[in-house]
Design a protein around this ligand. Sequence first.
Ligand SMILES: C[S@@+](CC[C@H](N)C(=O)[O-])C[C@H]1O[C@@H](n2cnc3c(N)ncnc32)[C@H](O)[C@@H]1O
Length: 398
Amino acid sequence: MLKPRLKSTVLVSPLADGYVAYDTETDRLHRLNATASLIVELCDGTREIEQIESLVRALLPKDETAALRAWVSEALENDLLVSGHGKPTKHESLSADQLAKLADRLRERGKIQTAYLCQKQAAELKPECASKWADLGELAHIAGQREAARNSYEHYLTIEPDDAEVQHILVALRDEAPPSRMPDKCIQQLYERFSSFYDSNLIEELEYVVPEKLSEAIELVFPGRTDLKILDLGCGTGLSGERLRERAGVLDGIDLSSEMISMARKRNLYDSLEVAEITSWLKGAEAIIESEAGKRYDLIVACDTLIYFGDLSQVIQPASQLLKRGGAIAFSVERCEQPGYELTDSGRYAHHFEYIKQVARSAGLTVDVHHEEFLRMEYGEEVMGHIVVLSNRDRSLA
Ligand SMILES: C[S@@+](CC[C@H](N)C(=O)[O-])C[C@H]1O[C@@H](n2cnc3c(N)ncnc32)[C@H](O)[C@@H]1O
């Protein structure tokens, strides 16, 4: 007697309108509507086709019951179902590690939905393995499954409670009130991990163009200048410095990540480099500059750095105090549609241009340049942002 069950190499996961089923053996993806999903649930190897029919019949219009048998036959032909006895074990053929590797390969090929299914099964088979949940959280985020991302990261945190990056992402995923900037521990952890492959990742994979875009904007404000005194906030490995050096008489850089500063040192571009947190450094510098006006800057740059700050006035206001007369602050931020700013599910902040204008006004600065531009790719999507130069040209310094 035929007792169909799901093939053991097939993984299923719910979608809004049914199931998606992926056969890890044949690399085949099946989309199932709500009825097909119910049939698949009932096909556990313990029920005969007639029993399944009688269970589903009540839910189907009369003329569709005949189609049920045809659907099961087709699913058997397509290897989605097999004829079997007794309950199938959970995914008999691949181990958790094999499934996770398969998820990696699928992700590399851009098959996010199927990668997610494999990773989900991997995490469920090895729930004590933290990295399986972190990878599942990221895949769920890319696949746009916000709740699944939150659940995965929450599970991960039960194993790794001190992970500052995941703590921060969960603030966004739980829609909690965001901190005014990404916590220092989180920046340090992120860039300790990222520094060794930052340049290749940003340039070769993410098509990062912010240094060029900012350089073009700076040229509009300081055409042809090569003698500027420049401060690079969040200089990182020095990708921004590459573009700034040709405009600089003096180029100073600061960054919170000692690993990123070490990479920047190797570039040999900067006159001085310091491991420091930006807001603390700016406060300290304000006091020094009050007594030594010669230390003021023509240009302060934050290239892809203010994406880690929600409240921009904590940087723009004190930075404006360090400018020479006719000085400028050039920066990029990611664009958000809603007023003000928001912490996005990526853990970075995004800003509305009206908010930027308001911060500039409060600091006594005017918007000299504003362009909306492509900044870089992320998970195959374009990230758009604001390229801005604010100056104190209209302000008389005391
Ligand atoms: C996306 S990277 C940009 C690096 C570089 N400007 C570039 O264009 O490649 C952001 C940098 O900002 C630094 N950063 C973020 N928040 C910071 C803070 N509060 N204080 C100092 N540096 C910070 C990070 O350590 C990181 O190196």
